[in-house]
Design a protein around this ligand. Sequence first.
Ligand SMILES: *Cc1c(COP(=O)(O)O)cnc(C)c1O
Length: 365
Amino acid sequence: MSRPVPNPGILDIAPYTPGKSPVPEPGRKVFKLSANETPFGPSPKAIAAYKGAADHLEDYPEGTSRVLREAIGRAYGLDPDRIICGAGSDEILNLLAHTYLAPGDEAISTTHGFLVYPIATMANGARNVIAAETNFTADVDAILKVVTPRTKLVWLANPNNPTGTYIPFDEVKRLRAELPSHVLLVLDAAYADYVSRNDYELGIELVATTDNTVVTHTFSKIHGLAALRVGWMFGPAHIVDACNRIRGPFNVTTPAMLAAVAAIEDTAHVQMSRAHTEQWRNWLTEEIGKLGLKVTPSVANFVLIHFPADKGKTAAEADAYLTRRGLVLRALNNYKLPHALRMTIGTEEANRLVVEGLRDFLAGK
Ligand SMILES: *Cc1c(COP(=O)(O)O)cnc(C)c1O
């Protein structure tokens, strides 16, 4: 008997494995540091807006996310007509892939790039081409080297997850200038709010001045609304128009939209979270370094910790040890980083417990 057969490429995709949701060991307080969620939750104003929407659940959402596009426009100085909102930036990334990739095409991402990219690429029958990184950082020359006549799209998370590294805006501009003009450059700025470097920019200027670059962003990280699924893209009018044609007509829910508006307007909450993240990112990098473990310099809300391959000291063993103490980090086997763990920066209590846990682990306690 025959049965329905998925399109070519679909069964080559390794399913996405999300950060573990921990099962608490009796008596242990559990800290989930595996999914880059904020330890502060969303702005109280976003929670109030979300609850306020509960009285009208019978109504369809406004289909273009107008109030949210206007709020984003005010926050970033952008034309709301060139913004498209989605159910998480995941939906936006998939819309872009669906709009611009077809069987026979190639899309480029980097060795330790975000795993949603190959999934979105292969879901549309296109080939996922990997560009080498240098020191866990995207390398513009390596990306340019793998461009072929079939290349249609380049995915670049800046900063990248799970490495936490970034490339300066000069390098992003050089990449854009040297890529063929028909190649879409997708700049994923999910962690942009955490970066405090003078040579970094989201890429808004490139979107405004070219016909082939988009920036995507999310409410899941610093705004703490991951459960509601809200992301957005700023792009050239022709790309926004094309994506809008295949977007689900009510893709962002009303409670999500209203919570996101309140979140983006609460700049004090964002600043508090940014300052906390920077302070503890520096502290963790230094303290974990003192234990003899390498930490890749991060500009995001997580750090990448490297472990030796020696028995008793490995990343897998550290992961199991910390999990028993209620400290849940992210193993990265599916990111081709079996000797590293990614730790989301947490509360002061969680951060101190991880350093203490790692010290005990390395001492063989
Ligand atoms: C977390 C993350 C996102 C955000 O995804 P959402 O679907 O908006 O929750 C996007 N890109 C990268 C690289 C991320 O790590």
